[in-house]
Design a protein around this ligand. Structure first.
Ligand code: ATP
Length: 457
């Protein structure tokens, strides 16, 4: 394996030409550099970084490149709605070189693909990225309108060195804004020359020893790491720390030809889009709400389950899809159960916003049932005698205006209380899988231990 760049040691002397240089911190965002024929934003970033670090050797990464997943409900995503950001320091006089390399690399990549009209990119100088944090949260949890984006960028003002304004600018700017101390994970992405091929046994041998720091890479021995589209990705291996992921750069694992690899720091598997909402959830928004079940679960053909939940004076529908495994739990809910539902809101014809549930928490509270009173004379269940007229017994005819509804505790499935997450095979990029609970950490940006290598198996 041939290292392209090694990390500069702090003791290494700077060349005399740089002694007078003032270094500036640049945050570079990129998104939507793909076309139906292939390409991928992470692969473009790999190509761009390779060129940047060889042509501007004084550029230093101050963080792993970031792969930032955004709102999964956005309809125009190709796959996982991911933007990328790259954070470097460069001598001030070389900022223009960085911008030129980015611009040319985008043009080259896009013309080779024959698409890329939506590509967006942004280069800002620190601390302008601070102003983009709000945009990150918005793009993660809501729809970002062009006006909102423009207002956010106007605030950043002349700290902007470069803009490419396709639709991808939303993801590019939001990816820069993910510069917050928060939980994070890492993904090693390997790129291919030709067909995808992995030696499953070799992969599993390496993976078994590292189970505690990996997640969402396989289910029951079936690998989940290979995509199926025309993009240049051979595989993506997800884990908690970059050093463990480096193990998977071993060429023996891959029977196909690998053209290179890169490790990203990401917000994948963190549930960061599950913000607590206290207001109405509109289509395209993500988040969680606490409420009380007010209808019996409707179990639909195929096993999907829909419930109605009241919260803060509103009622909303939540759908639990069979493949997530949450339908079984939702189908056992009782009226009166207190729940937290997290997910993304989509528009259903004739209903409005419906939460497509990604997690379900059932609070450990016994469900109650409310029933009509029993007849004090014959014991039958009474009926309403009409609005404001009390109760009437359908069996013996007894009437009373002084009886009250009965509230009773219902027997419950003891296993229902607690947090329910989707089955491993139904986990999507941002959702925290079972294995990650208890592994959360606070990550701060840190320079990569290694950059990446030209990889020759
Ligand atoms: P790739 O990995 O190839 O980039 P992808 O699944 O990440 O594919 P994109 O092709 O990037 O999807 O398409 C997503 C588009 O949606 C981008 O143009 C991005 O700027 C835009 N976008 C992302 N989040 C939002 C949002 N919350 N509101 C509006 N637009 C958004």
């Amino acid at each position: 394996m041939r290292a392209l760049n090694s990390v500069r040691s702090s003791e290494e002397a700077l060349p005399p030409s740089l002694l007078m240089s003032v270094f500036v911190e640049l945050h570079i965002g990129i998104d939507d550099v793909d076309s139906p024929r292939g390409g991928c934003t992470t692969h473009f970033t790999y190509v761009f970084l390779k060129r940047l670090l060889s042509e501007v050797p004084d550029a230093m990464l101050i963080d792993y490149p970031n792969l930032v997943r955004l709102n999964p409900a956005i309809p125009f995503k190709t796959r996982g709605n991911g933007g990328v950001s790259v954070r470097v320091t460069v001598p001030g006089e070389l900022v223009k070189n960085v911008v030129d390399i980015l611009h040319e690399s985008l043009d080259d990549y896009i013309s080779e693909l024959g698409g890329g009209g939506d590509a967006g990119a942004l280069v800002v100088e620190a601390p302008a990225h601070e102003g983009l944090r709000r945009l990150y949260w918005k793009a993660l949890t809501d729809y970002v309108h062009r006006d909102y984006l423009m207002t956010s960028l106007e605030k950043v003002g002349d700290m902007i060195h470069y803009v490419r304004g396709g639709r991808g600018l939303v993801g590019a700017a939001a990816a820069i804004g993910w510069y917050i101390p928060s939980d994070c994970t890492y993904e090693l992405i390997l790129y291919r020359n030709g067909k995808r091929c992995i030696d499953r046994d070799a992969f599993m041998r390496t993976a078994r020893a590292l189970t505690n720091v990996l997640f969402s890479n396989w289910v029951d021995g079936r690998l989940l790491i290979m995509p199926h589209g025309p993009d240049p990705v051979l595989a993506g291996v997800r884990g908690e720390d970059p050093s463990a992921l480096l193990t998977f750069t071993d060429p023996k694992i891959y029977c196909g030809s690998v053209s290179g690899w890169i490790i990203y720091r990401t917000n994948q598997g963190t549930n960061q889009h599950h913000i607590i909402r206290t207001d109405v959830l509109r289509p395209y928004q993500t988040g969680c709400f606490d409420g009380v079940v007010v209808s019996r679960p409707e179990i639909r053909k195929g096993g999907d389950v829909v419930i109605r939940v009241a919260w803060g004076g509103l009622t909303t529908y939540a759908a639990f899809f069979r493949e997530t495994g949450l339908g079984r739990v939702a189908g056992s809910l009782l009226i009166g159960d207190a729940v937290r539902v997290c997910g993304t809101a989509k528009y259903w014809e004739g209903i409005g916003a419906v939460i497509h549930a990604e997690t379900l928490t059932v609070w450990p509270r016994p469900a109650v049932t409310v029933r009509n009173p029993r007849c004090p004379r014959c014991g039958a269940r009474m009926k309403s005698a009409g609005r404001g007229k009390g109760w009437k017994c359908p069996k013996c005819g007894y009437r009373s205006a002084n009886l009250h509804k009965e509230i009773a505790l219902r027997k419950r499935e003891p296993m229902l209380a607690g947090l329910h997450v989707p089955r491993d095979e139904a986990i999507k990029h941002l959702i925290k899988p079972r294995q990650r609970y208890g592994r959360e950490k606070v990550c701060v940006p840190s320079p990569p231990m290694t950059r990446w290598s030209d990889f020759t198996p």
